[in-house]
Design a protein around this ligand. Structure first.
Ligand code: IPM
Ligand code: MG
Length: 348
C-alpha cells in the first residue's frame, strides 16, 4: 500500500515527520511511503504549488497524508500560484468531496477547551463538510463596476447532485453514530441554501432512522459554543464547514488536535490536520503533531482497512495525554518531537 506524503509548508514537515515515526513504530507490513513537494515549497522549487509529479503521485497512491500549505512569502502571487491552490486542486482533481472532521474532546483536555469544562465535556461530533463546490469553486474575479470602483466577486452555487452525494455521506455518518443529523445552511437568505435544504429533506427519505434537523449557520455558530453536546453529525457546505470546523476545534481543546479525512466516492482519501501551516511557529519545534498523528489513524481506518492499527494510535494519543504530554497550544512545554515520542512510548 502506497502512501503519498505531502508535508508542504510551515509546520507541515514537522508534524508529518512525527506521524511517519508513529506509523513506522507500528511496523505495518506492506506500507510504503513516497514524498512529494506541495504548496509554497513546491512553488519555490518548481514554479507551481501543485506540480504534475505531485498530482501523479497523489493519483497513484492508495492514500495521501498531507501536512499544511500556506506561506506568507507567496501572499502576493497571482491566486492560481498560491500555496492554497494545491490543496484545493487536489480536492478537485481527485474528487475528494466529503470532508469528515471529527471533534471530540479527550477527557484529559477539558481544561484546554475555550468552554467551561462541563460544557466542553459533552463534545462528540463529526462535521461533514462538502469540499468540491460552493463559493470556493464558483466563478470569481475582480472587475470595475459602472462607477469605476474595484469589485471582487465569488459566485456561490450547488447543484442537486452535489448536495445529494454529500447529504448521503452525512446520513451514513449519522447511521454509524448517534443517528442525528443537523444540516447547516443559510436558507433564510441564500437560494443556494434553499436548494441545499430541499435536497437534504428529499434524501432523508432514504434514511428514515436518522433524526434530521436544520439550522441556520449563524445560529449553529452560537449553538456550538452554547451547547455543543446537542450535535452528533453536522452536514454543511464548503464555506460554512470551513468556519464551523475551526470553531469546533477550539471547543475541543486546540486546533492542534483535530484530524480530517477528505474522501472520494471509493473511500480513497487525503488525510490532514485541520490546522494550517502556522508560519509564526514553523521550525521551532512548538507545533502539536497530534492532529496529524490522528489523521494518520483515520487514514489507516478509512482508506487502508487497518482499523486495529488506527485504534492503537488513538489509544496511544489518549495515553500520552494522560501521561501529561502537552505541547504549547495545550498549555505545556513539550516539543513536537517529544509529543511524537510520548505517543510512540504509549503504543502497546
Ligand atoms: C481548511 C483550510 C483550507 C480551506 C485552505 C488552506 C484553502 O482552511 O482545510 O480548512 O479553506 O479549505
Ligand atoms: Mg479551514
Amino acid at each position: 500500500m502506497l502512501v503519498a506524503l505531502l508535508p508542504g509548508d510551515g509546520i507541515g514537515p514537522e508534524v508529518i515527520t512525527e506521524a511517519v515515526r508513529v506509523l513506522d513504530a507500528l511496523a505495518l507490513p506492506g506500507l510504503v511511503f513516497e514524498k512529494a513537494l506541495v504548496g509554497g515549497a513546491a512553488y519555490k522549487a518548481t514554479g507551481h504549488p501543485l506540480p504534475a509529479a505531485t498530482l501523479e503521485l497523489a493519483k497513484r497512491a492508495d492514500a495521501i497524508l498531507f501536512g499544511a500549505v500556506g506561506d506568507p512569502d507567496c501572499d502576493n502571487l497571482e491566486r492560481r500560484l498560491r500555496p492554497e491552490q494545491a490543496i484545493l486542486g487536489l480536492r478537485k482533481e481527485l474528487q475528494l468531496f466529503a470532508n469528515l472532521r471529527p471533534a471530540t474532546l479527550f477527557s484529559e483536555l477539558t481544561d484546554a477547551s475555550a468552554l467551561r469544562p462541563e460544557v466542553a465535556a459533552q463534545i462528540d461530533m463529526v462535521i461533514v463538510r462538502e469540499l468540491n463546490g460552493d463559493v470556493y469553486f464558483g466563478e470569481k474575479g475582480m472587475r470595475k463596476n459602472a462607477d469605476g470602483k474595484r469589485e471582487g466577486y465569488d459566485i456561490m452555487s450547488y447543484n442537486e447532485d452535489e448536495v445529494r452525494r454529500i447529504a448521503r455521506v452525512g446520513f451514513e455518518t449519522a447511521m454509524a453514530r448517534g443517528k442525528k443529523l443537523c444540516s447547516v445552511d443559510k436558507a433564510n437568505v441564500l437560494e443556494t441554501s434553499q436548494l441545499w435544504r430541499d435536497v437534504v429533506i428529499e434524501t432523508h427519505a432514504e434514511y428514515p432512522d436518522v433524526a434530521l434537523s436544520h439550522m441556520y449557520v449563524d445560529n449553529a455558530a452560537m449553538q456550538l459554543v452554547r451547547n455543543p453536546g446537542q450535535f452528533d453529525v453536522i452536514v454543511t457546505g464548503n464555506l460554512f464547514g470551513d468556519i464551523l470546523s475551526d470553531q469546533a476545534s477550539m471547543c475541543a481543546g486546540s486546533i492542534g488536535m483535530l484530524p480530517s479525512a477528505s474522501l472520494d466516492a471509493n473511500q480513497k482519501g487525503l488525510y490532514e490536520p485541520i490546522h494550517g501551516s502556522a508560519p509564526d511557529i514553523a521550525g521551532q519545534g512548538k507545533a502539536n503533531p497530534l492532529a496529524t498523528i490522528l489523521s494518520a489513524a483515520m487514514m489507516l481506518r478509512y482508506s487502508l482497512g487497518l482499523a486495529d492499527a488506527a485504534d492503537r494510535i488513538e489509544a496511544a494519543v489518549a495515553k500520552a495525554l494522560a501521561n501529561g504530554a502537552r505541547s504549547p497550544d495545550l498549555g505545556g512545554k513539550d516539543s513536537t518531537t517529544e509529543m511524537g515520542d510520548a505517543v510512540i512510548a504509549a503504543l502497546t
